[in-house]
Design a binder for this molecule. Sequence first.
Ligand SMILES: *Cc1c(COP(=O)(O)O)cnc(C)c1O
Length: 399
Amino acid sequence: MADVTNHPSKLGTVAVHAGEPTQKAYGALATPISCTATYTFRDTEELKHHMEGAIERDEYGRYGNPTIRVAERKIAALDEAEDCALFASGMSAITSTILAIVRSGQHIILTSDCYRRTRQFVTGVLPRFGVEHTLVDPDDYTGIQAAIRPGTTRLVMAESPTNPYLRCLDISRVAGILKPHRGIKLLIDSTFASPINQQPLTLGADLVFHSCTKYLGGHNDLLGGAVSGSDALVGALREFRGILGGILDAHGAYLLIRGLKTLAIRVEKQNESALGLARWLESHPKVESVFYPGLESHPDYDIAQRTMRGFGGVITFTVKGDLDATSNFIDACNIAKIAPSLGGVETLIEQPALMSYYELTTEQRNSIGISDALVRFSVGIESSRDLQKDLSQALDRLP
Ligand SMILES: *Cc1c(COP(=O)(O)O)cnc(C)c1O
């Protein structure tokens, strides 16, 4: 159950202050960018103390950096986690974590409605290393239970909400299914929710991922990935990051800290605008259907009401028209920019048929549930009245 007392406004305070030392270098208020590849030791004695773990300090840039550490502590606080490790991108966080956990001969359960690159990694790359998988629909809880191979299944990887249909997983229910199987870790990609709307660790997940490129950075100017969880798990991941090498850079970490400070107000605004626009779109004569977890018509409305504090800025809908009519509608939007990605201050729009699924035919796309008339709309922080007016004039051009 979502802790309803943990209101986003409280997380607003966490977002601004958590993870930051009370007194910084030169009395500066902002976190400095520690732009250094390596760290010097005063003398051999200090080096020995460091090697024996008697002092806490940095050694080399691939293992850690003070600016990155501030961002990690802030995200850990927002996730209600003991620790967090940052990576160069969301995919780096996901692939490094899965590689750190699974061994040859083990098995992964992956929910089918998931980020395309995660699916490619699990279904296309991991089999080369002898790691097997089962794909299960996100609402098929008996399927998840049935897919468990005791002693062999090592993790369940799921997203909530999913892309593009914003299906929401009952995370506590899956955690309950996995409870008797102590060795199986539950990993949740919570990118579409952000910690403001959902905290999977409080619902029983072992690790939570965020693509910081989306809501956490929030300004479409950085790539980054985060994974939060227990000290033990994240500590092991940090070690593994030192081997695979996909650490965020200090400039990216600075931008991330800056973006995180406004996370709560941005996401609250995006929640509010998206819910209003989703309701309006649902009643619009040129719109065929709307997928938004805050709408009663959404299949996971009840789960979302129970486990989320808000439903995010992404609305998926289909218009009444074919591939070209849909493109014309998108081209007629003046505020929303055509781009992949989501969660930033700028409203973005895309036609999945021509973005992620360009190489497929209409028939192939229909067979995997991607209609030519499907539109993904990621609401930014512009005036929602302006967004509605703009959508309205663009929808009016549909035949
Ligand atoms: C964007 C995204 C990723 C990948 O993140 P990058 O930062 O682009 O590597 C993973 N999962 C979800 C749900 C995403 O939206």
